[in-house]
Design a protein around this ligand. Structure first.
Ligand SMILES: *Cc1c(COP(=O)(O)O)cnc(C)c1O
Length: 570
């Protein structure tokens, strides 16, 4: 290779000139060895980059690589455009206008605000009265089944039992198992029950966490630490279906794990396992599949991923955060199902949210590993701290024992029969809703269901109308559904409260689609442009239709940051 030899020669020349002017380097042996080191370093550098380029070409193909470069270039150039003085002022103005509008909706203008501690503590009655006002604030009616996801059970009896369990352990902290032995026992039992639900083999182990994101972060961290300890991987990479939960992207940012995204194309909307295989290299620390994913409620081909993971000897995490206590019951409930758990030998870790369809109060989740040794990679142990030898299983130090008690109480009070019945009811409703969308004359021609959802989420998009206009019109009718992007779609995550009102949901959807069709007809008569996918309308249409189509999403980032700021506006 002429390119590789030319460079070191010129290096050598420049080195020689330096040598001439420096008496210190006049020893010929020293010159030779320095020269050698220089060549070795350069060759390693070259090898490293050649390897990277080859990996890229293998993973994405030539056209894919060019397309990626083009996308990056467009993003960067558009970023510069947004920073031009005139443009920047205009963008800032529009962003702050949008945030003011959000503020008007989120932060009540006339309520009494408490910004400092009261001089004297309030009486119990006063606190109670204020809490009653707060809980009654105008809100989207989850109690009446108007909210997708969010509240999965919500029935009085279970809530009362959870509150009682919480009350008994309000002061408890599992960091002190000698002080709160009951909490230690309950925590271990919750993990054991979930392990058994997912057919964990002997020797498997798990931990409880504060939520699905926490579970996923820990699974990624453990995979990274494992790869470093066992394979010496210092530049970790993981391969993600595009539809995998964003918590994996968070893990990538927090733990410096490079992410390769793999498309989940129509008609199945499952991750393309052949593409996953092409992206594997010696830095790969983790493969990921969802059972099911959040956006479309689709279960990836976990069996194929497991086979690949076994063959290439790479850990595979299955995200069952949403599937939680529904997927394990599909078979018993008589619904169509696919393999997803530890019975597939390539599956090395699973996240399962007890606070979703496990019906425990929020702040509860579990992460499971095929082996206890794998779990130990998520532990943090500090043997030398002046505060004493310190060990914690996850990211938190102190943790709420009361939440563990409430989780344990939920699991044992609902029991296998209860979860089976809930699965029948919730998945049964999702199937009825999907069927209605596929077959009702008002909906069938217009709405298209994404893939073949097997669990509780039904995602759909409009064929001719603007999907986000439909989402906004449903919001206007009091529904809180989820707007999705890439492609534009809407989903409903069916919960127990929704099972009671799903027919009203379907009827409203029919009315909304009919209404939007009528608007299109009027537009056509007036000779106006069809809204088939562009232009601003309601909130979802503005956010996803306009800002979402930009090559650089920094405006969306500004809006979302403004939203987070508002969450803390007292
Ligand atoms: C909800 C969810 C998560 C994350 O759970 P949080 O409890 O919100 O942190 C992860 N994966 C999927 C598929 C989910 O639906």
């Amino acid at each position: 290779m002429p390119g590789t030899s030319r460079m070191p020669v010129s290096l050598r020349e420049s080195f020689n000139s330096v040598k001439r002017s420096r008496p210190l380097a006049s020893n010929p042996l020293q010159v030779l060895s320095l020269d050698l080191v220089r060549n070795i370093v350069f060759t390693l550098f070259l090898l490293r980059w050649t390897r990277r380029v080859l990996w890229k070409l293998k993973g994405r193909g030539l056209l894919g690589t060019i397309a990626e470069l083009y996308g990056d270039l467009r993003r960067v150039l558009y970023g510069y455009f947004l920073r031009l003085p005139g443009v920047r002022t205009q963008v800032r103005k529009q962003v702050s206008e949008a945030i003011s509008k959000m503020e008007a909706k989120m932060v009540p203008a006339h309520a009494t605000r408490y910004l400092t501690l009261p001089k004297e503590g309030w009486t119990e009655d006063a606190v109670r009265k204020e809490l009653d006002t707060l809980v009654a604030m105008d809100h989207t009616r989850w109690e009446d089944g108007y909210v997708s996801g969010a509240v999965y059970h919500g029935e009085e009896e279970l809530l009362r039992l959870q509150t009682e369990a919480y009350g008994k352990f309000t002061v408890a902290n599992p960091i002190h198992p000698d002080v709160f032995p009951g909490v230690r026992k309950m925590e271990a039992e919750v993990v054991a029950m979930v392990l058994s639900l997912f057919n964990a083999p002997p020797g498997a182990a798990g931990a409880s966490t504060s939520g699905g994101t926490d579970s996923i972060l820990l699974a990624c961290l453990a995979a990274r630490q494992k790869a470093y300890a066992e394979r010496g991987v210092t530049e970790p990479e993981m391969i993600l279906p595009e539809t995998a939960h964003t918590a994996f992207r968070k893990a990538g940012e927090y733990f410096k794990i490079k992410i390769h995204y793999v498309a989940c194309p129509a008609p199945t909307y499952q991750v393309d396992v052949r593409r996953v295989a092409r992206l594997i290299n010696s830095n790969t620390i983790l493969l990921v599949g969802s059972a099911p994913n959040f956006p479309h409620g689709i279960i990836d081909d976990i069996a194929a991923l497991s086979k690949l993971a076994l063959k290439r000897r790479i850990p595979l995490h299955v995200d069952c955060c949403l599937g939680s206590f529904l997927v394990p019951f599909l078979e018993k409930a008589g619904f169509e199902t696919v393999p997803f758990d530890f019975r597939l030998r390539g599956v090395t870790s699973i996240s399962c949210d007890t606070h979703k369809y496990g019906f425990a109060p929020k702040g509860n989740s579990t992460v499971l590993y095929r082996t206890a040794a794998h779990r130990a990679y998520q532990y943090f142990v500090d043997p030398s701290w002046s505060g004493g030898v310190y060990a914690s299983p996850g990211m938190a130090g102190s943790r709420p024992g009361a939440l563990i008690a409430a989780c344990w109480a939920s699991l044992v009070s609902v029991g296998e029969a209860g979860y089976l019945a809930a699965c029948e009811q919730i998945v049964g409703t999702a199937k009825k809703l999907a069927e209605r969308i596929r077959e009702h004359p008002a909906l069938a021609g217009e709405l298209e269901i994404l893939g073949n959802p097997l669990v509780s989420v039904v995602a759909f998009r409009a064929r001719n109308l603007n999907t986000y206009d439909i989402a906004d019109a449903m919001t206007a009718r009091g529904w809180h559904l989820n707007a999705l992007q890439n492609p534009p779609a809407i989903h409903v995550a069916v919960t127990l409260p929704i099972t009671k009102v799903w027919e009203r949901l379907a009827a409203d959807l029919e009315a909304v689609v009919e209404g939007e069709r009528e608007k299109e007809r009027v537009r056509a008569v007036e000779g106006k442009k069809s809204r088939g996918g562009k232009d601003a309308g309601g909130d979802a249409a503005v956010l996803y239709g306009v800002a979402g189509s930009l090559p650089n999403k920094s405006v969306v980032v500004d809006l979302a940051t403004g939203f987070l700021d508002l969450c803390y506006k007292a």
